[in-house]
Ligand binder design. Structure first.
Ligand SMILES: Cc1ncc(COP(=O)(O)O)c(C=O)c1O
Length: 419
């Protein structure tokens, strides 16, 4: 039995929110991390046209999809992967898990990393080291810290898991920052698993820089439909494996054939259109990004006023809120860490945040992840269409719960201060 993997704080909070909502209670759910926007009609149409396709596809994925993906990556991210080195899975999560499973290595996990990496390493009985990070750097990996850790394990194959735009911090690595990390990686022959699932959801650019062209021999890239195309429930992701790591391909295909066999056939055909018709879909994605950027600014304004610190989200759905300035007064109220904090916020202020412990922060951390996407994205876009110059008013009218939820956190802090 795999006993190392425990039920996470994330799961616990999500279950509690579900139960509260079923009981008819209003909850400001900042724990929820999926796209609030609808799937684009072109993708829905392509999917429905292919529902009669009931046969299995080949293990690595539909070649037409792998070709469309290869063109898309080249054109929109400057990444060169031939279709033969791109593989399709039911979400990037399982592909990450399968690659982690196949690597005999010591994994390096930056503080401020997605919840599933460590459990996936533990499932295979693997070893990992946490890379300390700081809010003042947006919790990004500092090359000198990476170097110091790598030096301790020169005899091991090291694998760094990097995610940009980042869940939970919203940080985006610049090309220069990626190059500095790559220089250290090269020195130690590291493999980098570059989780680029949020890449086109960069608020300030068409896409965030990819590690693959910067460190082409050692980077395995992950992505998929879930975030960019608002289709997490379609379950389609991909992995790109570089030439130098080709030895992974045949065990990966063996694992796929012994587990999920192949991704659903109609979904793969739907995905072809998502990648091929990106030019037509992009204007609506650009609008979505403007709404997401605005949602973050609403939350940030309220929370900064209340005196907490937070990351500056540059892409994706999240930011990290650090309640450290309140540590003393929180302690006096019996709140010692983010787990206590998220529980009291849910019980007394109807706000769900996720504790930083699940994102590789220390045990006594007061950091929490806040997802600013629990709103009806289709309704916001419809109303914005009618009032193109009034996003702020449109958002406040259509998604008032985002501001109210942030205000509820502020109220909790003011109450602690006795204001
Ligand atoms: C950072 C990160 N990586 C990977 C995934 C997995 O996405 P999917 O399996 O839907 O492709 C998620 C989903 O929440 C994520 O936030």
């Amino acid at each position: 039995m795999v006993t190392a993997v425990k039920k996470s704080g994330t799961l616990r909070i999500n279950e509690q929110v579900k139960a509260l909502r079923t009981a008819g209670k209003q909850v400001y759910h900042f724990g929820f991390g999926q796209s609030p926007f609808p799937v684009h009609p072109r993708i829905i149409q392509a999917l429905s046209e292919h529902t009669p396709y009931g046969h299995y596809l080949s293990t690595g994925g539909l070649m037409m999809l792998r070709e469309a993906l290869s063109d898309f990556l080249k054109r929109y991210q400057g990444i060169s992967f031939p279709p033969e080195r791109l593989f399709i899975g039911p979400g990037s999560k399982i592909l990450l898990q399968q690659i982690i499973y196949l690597l005999e290595a010591r994994f390096l996990i930056p503080q401020g990393s997605w919840v599933s990496y460590i459990p996936q390493i533990l499932i295979r009985g693997g070893h990992y080291e946490i890379i300390p990070t700081r809010l003042s750097d947006q919790y990004k990996v500092r090359p000198e810290v990476l170097d110091a850790i790598a030096k301790k394990y020169v005899d091991d194959q090291l694998v760094l898991i990097l995610n940009s735009p980042n869940n939970p911090t919203g940080a985006v690595y610049s090309s220069e920052e990626l190059k500095a990390v790559a220089r250290v990686a090269e020195r130690y022959g590291m493999i980098i698993l570059s989780d680029e699932i949020y890449t086109q959801l960069d608020f300030n650019n068409d896409f965030s820089p990819s590690m693959a062209p910067i460190y082409p021999d050692g980077t395995i890239v992950f992505g998929g439909l879930s975030k960019l195309f608002s289709a997490g429930g379609y379950r389609l992701g991909f992995v790109g494996i570089p030439q130098r790591l080709s030895q992974l391909i045949s065990p990966l295909l063996a694992l796929i054939s012994e587990t999920y066999s192949a991704v659903s056939t109609p979904i793969q055909y739907g995905a072809v259109v998502a990648y091929q018709d990106y030019e037509q879909i992009k204007p609506s994605i650009d609008q979505q990004k403007a709404v997401l950027k605005h949602a973050f600014s609403v939350v940030a304004r309220e929370l900064k006023e209340a005196g907490v610190r937070l990351t500056s989200s540059q892409g994706g759905f999240y930011c990290v809120v650090d309640f450290e300035p309140y540590r003393n007064v929180l302690r006096k109220n019996g709140i010692l860490n983010a787990i206590d904090l998220t529980q009291i916020l849910l019980d007394q202020y109807d706000v769900a945040l996720l504790p930083g412990q699940d994102f590789a922060f220390e045990r006594n951390t007061l950091t929490c992840r806040l997802a600013f996407v629990d709103f009806d994205g289709a309704a916001v876009l419809r109303r914005w269409d009618k009032h193109p110059d009034a996003l702020e008013a449109v958002f406040d009218q259509t998604a008032p719960q985002i501001r109210k939820g942030a205000q509820s956190i502020a109220e909790f802090l003011y109450a602690l201060n006795g204001v």
